[in-house]
Design a protein around this ligand. Structure first.
Ligand SMILES: [Zn+2]
Length: 505
């Protein structure tokens, strides 16, 4: 007797439907899995057999062959345990056949319990795009809302209950709770608890509004990390579409994110290149993809290995990262906002005013700075020197000198301004795209709508400071964002003046 049950396998974020075919033939009893299974799929043999017997069904004393189609794709992971068990039960006529619009996903425990596996969330999303109308998954699985062709997600605790559900018997099953889109409350440190650093706070606000990459340079302990960690508090909640993208990446990495929250990743500089960019024996997203739609903070940037630093070039340029191994080749999204932080020199004290003296040779300093190479520097729009806030200023706050510190609710006001600036910018861009005449004059920043005083200042400061065209465009872009924060259509002189502050190199 031959039967087929639908499952799915993932390669990175890509999913392909797997037909799990079971055939019970003559000959010595045995169990064979063919169709390019990896070792984790082959190990299913023992789990499937025990789960079937412990769920009150009998193990057929026949020659059992499972074939996984399409046979030219490698199948990985434990999610095919459940469809294999059901295919064997249907082939041995212990249960009726399963229709092709239903897919089964889950790992089996020896006692027949259904267990979730890494990537199940993403697998369900892929099935919804492939025309599947019903899926049966483990009860403890993280599941997306019913989307695409998907009409029903059944969550079952065990193989036996799942078989009840397949037979159309009414049982009480948990329904996914995330059908209603509700972004999680954002929590975490915000700028209200940062004393001083007014320029840096404003720079973070501008960077958040325009998604500009930032560079912080300053001595150790000056507050670079503290400031960077507060960027997420300025970012608006992710849209449902954006969050769904993020969650697919996290699911494949075996992680979860709070609904609607922009990710913040701060990998240590000892991290290996595959952990940063993605890789592994199974395609696993790296830090650049885990920071997708959010923030990637790279502290002590020159200390990252050369291969890791160079590897950032592709995600920064293409907003995706391609991972190639002998067994696979796959692409993950990697559209992040980057904050790079570094000391001015290896010892950290160059340019310090409070008495500490730099002990580095100038050659060492040059080599250290050269590690912040072209591709990274080219993408950084804003650059700031972060100086330690003097202890006296810290002590004066807030009891003695309330004006010196941030106002209560200042951080909330910034977050609101960022959200407004972003919607203003998208309205502006929509209007501009229909206004082709503006860009026809051939001057690169003309489409950014500078008034004549702003344009004059931009050109003059470019000549005075010998700015390259690339640096000039960076200033222009940042000035455009500052005007968006003001909700003005035209970029004025004051916006360019402010943008010029954020170019310390
Ligand atoms: Zn030094």
């Amino acid at each position: 007797m031959f039967t087929v049950v639908q499952g799915i396998a993932l390669r990175g974020l890509e999913g392909f439907r797997v037909g799990v075919e079971a055939d019970l033939g003559q000959g010595l009893p045995g169990f064979e899995i063919v169709g390019l299974p990896t070792s984790s799929v082959r190990e299913a043999k023992e789990r499937v057999r025990s789960a079937i017997e412990n769920s009150g069904y009998s193990w057929p004393r026949r020659r059992i062959v499972i074939n996984l189609t399409p046979s030219d794709w490698r199948k990985d992971g434990t999610g095919l345990d459940f469809p294999m068990a059901v295919a064997i039960l249907a082939a041995s006529e212990q249960i009726p056949p399963v229709d092709a619009a239903t897919a089964l996903l889950g790992e089996l425990a020896l006692n027949g319990e259904l267990r979730s596996f890494r990537g199940i969330w993403t697998a369900i999303v892929r099935l919804s795009e492939l025309g599947t109308s019903r899926v049966i998954v483990p009860r403890d699985a993280d599941v997306p809302p019913c989307i695409g062709s998907l009409r029903d997600i059944v969550q079952a605790p065990t193989l036996a209950t799942a078989l009840f559900a397949l037979a159309g018997r009414k049982i009480v099953l948990a329904r996914p709770a995330v059908n209603v889109w509700q972004a999680a409350e954002l929590s975490g440190p915000d700028l209200d608890d940062v004393v001083g650093h007014e320029t840096a706070k404003r720079a973070l606000e501008v960077a958040a509004a325009g998604r500009h990459h930032l560079l912080f340079t300053g001595p150790p302990g000056s507050g670079k990390s503290m400031l960077a960690q507060r960027l997420p508090s300025l970012l608006p909640a992710l849209s449902q579409v954006a969050w769904t993208e993020v969650q697919q990446i996290y699911s494949v990495a075996g992680m979860h994110t709070a609904i609607g929250r922009a990710p913040f990743r701060a990998p240590h500089y000892t991290l290996s290149a595959p952990a940063m960019l993605g890789g592994g024996s199974r395609p696993t997203p790296g830090e650049v993809s885990l920071a997708h739609q959010g923030v990637l903070f790279l502290d002590e940037f020159p200390e990252f290995s050369r291969i890791t630093r160079e590897g950032l070039r592709q995600p920064l340029e293409q907003r995706t990262v391609t991972v190639s191994r002998s067994q696979y080749h796959c692409t993950f999204p990697a559209d992040f906002q980057m904050i790079v932080a570094m000391n001015p020199c290896p010892c950290g004290y160059q340019g310090q005013r409070n008495g500490k003296v730099c002990t580095c040779e100038s050659r060492t300093i040059d080599r250290y700075r050269a590690r912040l190479s072209g591709p990274i520097l080219d993408r950084v729009d804003m650059s700031l020197w972060i100086d330690a806030v003097p202890l006296a200023a810290m002590a004066a706050h807030p009891v003695d000198n309330p004006e010196a510190g941030p106002q209560a609710g200042d951080a909330d006001a910034r977050t609101r301004r960022v959200a407004i600036a972003r919607s203003f910018a998208s309205l502006r861009k929509a209007a501009e795209s229909t206004d082709a005449a503006r860009t026809a004059r051939g001057v690169p920043w003309v489409h950014l709508a500078f008034d004549s005083a702003a344009e004059k200042l931009l050109v003059e400061s470019a000549e005075r400071a010998l700015l390259s065209t690339r640096s000039l465009l960076k200033v222009a872009r940042v000035a455009r964002t500052i005007a968006d924060l003001d909700e003005t259509w035209t970029v004025a002189q004051e916006h360019v003046e402010e943008a010029l502050i954020y170019r310390f190199f």
